[in-house]
Ligand binder design. Structure first.
Ligand SMILES: Cc1cc2nc3c(=O)[nH]c(=O)nc-3n(C[C@H](O)[C@H](O)[C@H](O)COP(=O)(O)OP(=O)(O)OC[C@H]3O[C@@H](n4cnc5c(N)ncnc54)[C@H](O)[C@@H]3O)c2cc1C
Length: 276
């Protein structure tokens, strides 16, 4: 297993924001993952691609576990087995090349399968969980177990344990049906902001979009240090300079306060934040 010491956390964060991690482990198989979780339990910081994550400044002493070396893919008939560190893009591509439907809801989403499942990530209306047959999980005590019933909500799988692998049961579809859906998703992506980001900053509250509320509160184009609210989509922060954690915190709290004052709505972060 590779172990990195004193790692620069800006390398792991979608917005390139963070201090340093004292130690980062890269387990390569189930035994190594179980041993790490059994040793560190709830103290372990599990990171996939880090695309939805920012870290506070300073030295993080909790052990980091990165899943990116857990990247086995097995495909047989309509079944697709993916370890947690497989990139969402690889999963989409494997399904597409096998003529299978069900992974395209991750089209264009950066990061890993573990992060996508944990946060119930998707583009468009379909959900990964419609095609998920079984998850292999590791409890925070280091015990492996399987899960076959899921109760995901918007951007929240409800899963608190560590995802090791997932097995999907996908459907067959024609090349033309697949191409048509991909064209629709490409159009959604093309309309999204460009630049270094973590994607959406806040979850959409019930019945509204966070982008609409932030726009109405007048934040489009507003900057805090090296972070700017995208002019195309007000729920995205774009890194436009040497952004640091304090810029992120200032932006988040100012937007939250203003949206609360104007609309009486409390915005919840979609981005995950880890403190040293
Ligand atoms: C340009 C851009 C576009 C995006 N578009 C979308 C979009 O359209 N839809 C969308 O939903 N999201 C989108 N995102 C957000 C992000 O890419 C997704 O949420 C992605 O699924 C996160 O995966 P990750 O591996 O990077 O997760 P990370 O950032 O590494 O982790 C996110 C959370 O998942 C947990 N986690 C990671 N792996 C595991 C595991 N194996 N077991 C348990 N917990 C784990 C982490 O502890 C953390 O709490 C976008 C981001 C960017 C930068």
């Amino acid at each position: 297993m590779i172990i990195n010491k004193n790692m620069d956390l800006t390398l792991l964060s979608g917005l390139k924001i963070g201090g340093s991690a004292e130690i980062v482990y890269y387990p390569e198989d189930k035994r190594e993952m179980i041993e790490l979780i059994a040793e560190f339990g709830a103290d372990a910081v599990i990171i996939g691609g880090g695309t939805n994550t920012v870290f506070s400044s300073g030295a993080h002493t909790k052990p980091f576990i990165m899943t990116t070396a857990l990247n086995e893919i097995r495909s047989s008939g309509n079944s697709l087995y993916l370890q947690a560190g497989v990139l969402a893009a690889q999963a989409v591509d494997t399904a597409r090349r096998s003529g299978l439907k069900g992974m395209e809801c991750l089209w264009g989403i950066p990061g890993t399968m573990g992060g996508a499942i944990r946060g119930n990530a998707s583009i468009g209306s379909d959900s990964l969980f419609s095609h998920l047959k079984e998850l292999s999980l590791i409890s925070l005590e280091g015990c492996e177990y399987q899960m076959e019933e899921f109760t995901p909500r918007y951007r929240d799988s409800g899963i608190k344990d560590v995802i090791f692998s997932a097995e999907f049961e996908l459907e067959n579809w024609s090349e033309s049906a697949s191409a048509a859906v991909i064209e629709e998703l490409k159009a959604i992506r093309a309309a999204q902001p460009k630049g270094v980001s973590c994607g959406s900053v806040f979850k959409n509250p019930e019945g509204k979009t966070a982008g609409y509320l932030i726009d109405k509160a007048g934040f489009k184009g507003r900057s805090w240090g090296g972070l700017t609210v995208s002019k195309e989509h007000a729920n995205w922060f774009i890194r436009t300079g040497d952004a640091v954690f304090e810029d992120f915190e200032n932006g988040v709290s100012e937007i939250r306060n203003e949206v609360l004052a104007l609309f009486d709505i409390e915005l919840e972060l979609e981005i995950k934040v880890y403190y040293a």
